[in-house]
Structures are given as structure tokens and as C-alpha cells.
Design a protein around this ligand. Structure first.
Ligand SMILES: Cc1ncc(COP(=O)(O)O)c(C=O)c1O
Length: 441
């Protein structure tokens, strides 16, 4: 961190934050190590959401910092338009090796949003290459979060992210239903038993529009930002089968579920379902350097590798695609995941975490608890006059009263600790949430 202190807090416009409230009573983080952030008033704050679902190996990993420093000293930047550097190829190979068989090419970008945007563009361009340019529709899901680009908010299903920005991307009006019904599913542990048939909604959209107009379906295998909604048992298999029946590409947005969050390298592995593309970001560098990407099937990649050899196959990319510092961070991060067997650790801890969070059933104002892997969503009964206020207050109280950083989305608390979390830290997290809930208005 620079040693300079801000004169005032006016200049920085914070994203996804009530700025006036923040600046009146800031929550400032100055250092991070292991499971803890440190505030600038000297408190150690238990990080209950891996930063922003990204620091899966815990903060301040020396191996990653050293790798970034080495890269900065030896190759601070290298273009990947028409040139490249070896680490980008090595990292792509390592990521593809973690993905299901058949997903073997990696396109690098710098964030989860860009990853989703790239996947959706690849889907449309793929069908043009195949001579089926009439397949333009991109189908998302209610409550889906695929980042903040126009494409991402268009296939996304979070109303606040969409409403101010219309009209949105043509061909994205249809959304599958979220496979969730509180009346039937409240307090389910892990994946709900019933609900696979929510995937049949795709058949209805095919009946309405014709399969020949649909390019791709994009879903999060576990909806994270909306508040941790696990896919019901068999749902993703059924969606895969429906896509196959109608020749539609299936994209798993694994920006959150990738790199161990659900006890496997990817949710595709946990559920034994192979999509045509996987988007990733966050955990790939443990949050240390921005990076994202799309893992693409051989079938899709092959479709682009045609035409004259001198011609660019995909007119897409960013100045910082495959940036040397991000690649160095990614390689060091994947070493840690492997050497510390962190994906297996997440799987082992899942039951302990599940028992702990479901212990909050009956706590003040809790109306549902959901969990999968090392992620949990705790729904608080909203204030009828001010939806979102109790969630916001819970986040503030956790920070100031409980020395804990939690993530809230509306009136849902999300807990998603790093995969290095201890059982006692899980217990502490839950007890802090219980106290916070007890103090809400
Ligand atoms: C599933 C999913 N997709 C995309 C994104 C967007 O990623 P980013 O914030 O890196 O643009 C997120 C961010 O939380 C996400 O959870």
C-alpha cells in the first residue's frame, strides 16, 4: 500500500456501494493475511467471503506475491495480439487440465464480466461460422449474475443491475426460471431433491421461438451473487440434455464456483456435467491480479480454425489478455491449490460448514438458509418498508461490532470463507452472524 493518505474521500466513486453512507463512516481495509483483513484502526477482521469470493487460498500468500514481483521485474508487459509469452500458454494448459475433458482451449480476459461477454460473443460467432447465423438468442436465468457488461446484465436476472440501463442487448429477453421455491425448499441442506424439472422451461422457449434461433444458454451452476442457490439434483444434467436435444450451446458461468468453492476444480466436475464453455475469474489468481477467461470446447475452437492462415479467427481480446503478472499469479495460485489440496479440503469441510450455518435456523429473522460447498446464503426477513435495509445493517454491524467482513446481497447474507478456514473460524463466523441478527431493527 502507498504511504500516502487521502485528503478526503471525495474523488473515489465506489462501485456497488452507497457512497454517501460509506464516506460518512468508512470501512477501510489496510492489510490482509490468511483469513483476516486488518482495518486502518488496527482491528483484525475475519474475512467470511474470501474478499469478494476470490481469495480462495487465503490472503497474503507469499508464493503469489513473489511470482508477481518476479514477473514485474522480468516482463512487465507483453502484448498477446500477434505476440505472446510462455507463461500464458503454460497457464492455459494448467487451467484446461483442471476442466472436464474436451474443454481444452482458454481465452484470457481480465474479469468475470469480460469472461461472460467473451463467451456470449464466441457463442454467436460460432453459429455464424457454422452457417447458422439465425441462432442469435442468448438465454439466461432469473436472478442470474454474469457481471456488468451490457451482455452480462442482459442475460442476467438481477433487476437493479438492469433497470437503469435499457434498452438491453437484442435477443436476450428470455430467462429460465430460478430453480427455487421457498415454500418447498426452505432450509434445504445442499442441493434440493426436487426441482430438476425447472430445466424443462427451455423446451417451452424452444417451442416459442424455434431452436434454430437460440445460440446458447448461460447459467451459474450455483447462483452466487443472488444469494447462494444450489442447483437441484439432476437439474444441470437435464439442462444439458435439453441443450443437446436442440443443438444449443451450454455455458457454465463458474466465476464463483470455479477453483474449489464447491469442493472440486469446477462445478462441472462436482455435477458430472460437461458444458460447451466455462467462464472463470476470481480464484484463478486468488484475487491478487485481475484475470478471467473462457474455457472452450475443442468443437467450438475447431469451428474458428478455418479460412486463410493469415486471417484473425476471432476479432476479440483486451490489451491485458494474458497479462504476464496475472499469468504469474495464476500459476503460483494453481500450485498452492494443488500442493495444499485445497479443493479436497473444501469438500471435507463442507459438512461441518453446513451443520454450522444451518445452526442459525431459528435465529432472529432468518427465513431460509441454503448451502453448497463452502458457500451459504442466509435470508433475513426484509423490512416491509425498506427492502435491503436489514441486510445492509447486518453488514455494517458485522464490521463494526463483530470484526468480520461479510457479503450481503439485499437481505441475504453470503458466507464463503477461504478454503483454508478452520473449524473454529467457521464456528466464530456463525456466532457473530447470530449476534448481528439479534441486534437488527
Ligand atoms: C457468476 C459471476 N459471473 C460474473 C461475475 C463478474 O465478475 P467481475 O466482477 O470480475 O467482473 C461475477 C462476480 O461476482 C459472478 O459471480
Amino acid at each position: 500500500m502507498s504511504r500516502e493518505r487521502p485528503n478526503d474521500l471525495g474523488a473515489f466513486w465506489l462501485p456497488f456501494t452507497p457512497n454517501r453512507d460509506f464516506k460518512a463512516r468508512p470501512r477501510m481495509l489496510s492489510r490482509a493475511e490468511g483469513m483476516y483483513f486488518h482495518s486502518n484502526d488496527g482491528r483484525a477482521l475475519l474475512d467470511a467471503c474470501s474478499g469478494l469470493w476470490c481469495s480462495n487460498a487465503g490472503h497474503g500468500r507469499k508464493e503469489i506475491a513473489d511470482a508477481i514481483a518476479r514477473a514485474a521485474h522480468s516482463l512487465d508487459f507483453a502484448p498477446t495480439f500477434q505476440f505472446a509469452h510462455p507463461d500464458a500458454f503454460v497457464l492455459a494448459e494448467r487451467i484446461a487440465a483442471l476442466a472436464p475433458e474436451g474443454l481444452d482451449h482458454v481465452f484470457f480476459v481480465n474479469s468475470g464480466s469480460e469472461a461472460c461477454d467473451a463467451a456470449l460473443k464466441i457463442a454467436r460467432a460460432y453459429w455464424q461460422k457454422k452457417g447458422e447465423g439465425g441462432r442469435f438468442r442468448l438465454i439466461g436465468r432469473e436472478k442470474g449474475y454474469h457481471g456488468v457488461t451490457f451482455a452480462g446484465i442482459s442475460v442476467g436476472g438481477l433487476a437493479n443491475n438492469r433497470k437503469p440501463y435499457g434498452p438491453l442487448l437484442p435477443g436476450t429477453d428470455d430467462h429460465l426460471p430460478l430453480p427455487y421455491d421457498r415454500a418447498a425448499m426452505a432450509f434445504t441442506r445442499g442441493e434440493p431433491e426436487a426441482g430438476a424439472d425447472y430445466a424443462d422451461a427451455l423446451d417451452a422457449l424452444v417451442a416459442l421461438h424455434g431452436a434454430e434461433t437460440i445460440a446458447a444458454v448461460i447459467v451459474e451452476p450455483m447462483s452466487g451473487s443472488a444469494g447462494v442457490f444450489a442447483a437441484p439434483k439432476g437439474y444441470l444434467q437435464r439442462l444439458r440434455a435439453a441443450c443437446d436435444r436442440h443443438g444449443i450451446l451450454l455455458v457454465f458461468d463458474e466465476v464463483i464456483t470455479g477453483f474449489g468453492r464447491v469442493g472440486a476444480a469446477f462445478a462441472a466436475e462436482r455435477y458430472g456435467v460437461v458444458p460447451d464453455m466455462i467462464t472463470f475469474a476470481k480464484g484463478v489468481t486468488n484475487g491478487a491480479v485481475p484475470m478471467g477467461g473462457v474455457i472452450v470446447s475443442g468443437k467450438i475452437h475447431e469451428a474458428f480454425m478455418t479460412g486463410p492462415a493469415h486471417a484473425i479467427e476471432l476479432f476479440h481480446g483486451h490489451t491485458y489478455s494474458g497479462h504476464p503478472l496475472a499469468c504469474a499469479a495464476g500459476l503460483a495460485t494453481l500450485d498452492i491449490y494443488r500442493d495444499d489440496a485445497l479443493f479436497a479440503r473444501a469438500k471435507t469441510l463442507e459438512k461441518t460448514f453446513e451443520d454450522a450455518v444451518h445452526g442459525l435456523k431459528g435465529a432472529a429473522r432468518v427465513v431460509d438458509i441454503r448451502n453448497v460447498g463452502l458457500a451459504a446464503g442466509i435470508d433475513i426477513e426484509p423490512d416491509a418498508q425498506a427492502p435491503g435495509l436489514r441486510g445492509f445493517e447486518a453488514m455494517r454491524r458485522a464490521f463494526f461490532d463483530e470484526d468480520m467482513v461479510i457479503r450481503v446481497s439485499g437481505d441475504t447474507i453470503a458466507l464463503a470463507p477461504a478454503l483454508i478456514v478452520s473449524e473454529s473460524e467457521i464456528a466464530r463466523m456463525v456466532e457473530s452472524v447470530r449476534r448481528v441478527l439479534g441486534r437488527l431493527g
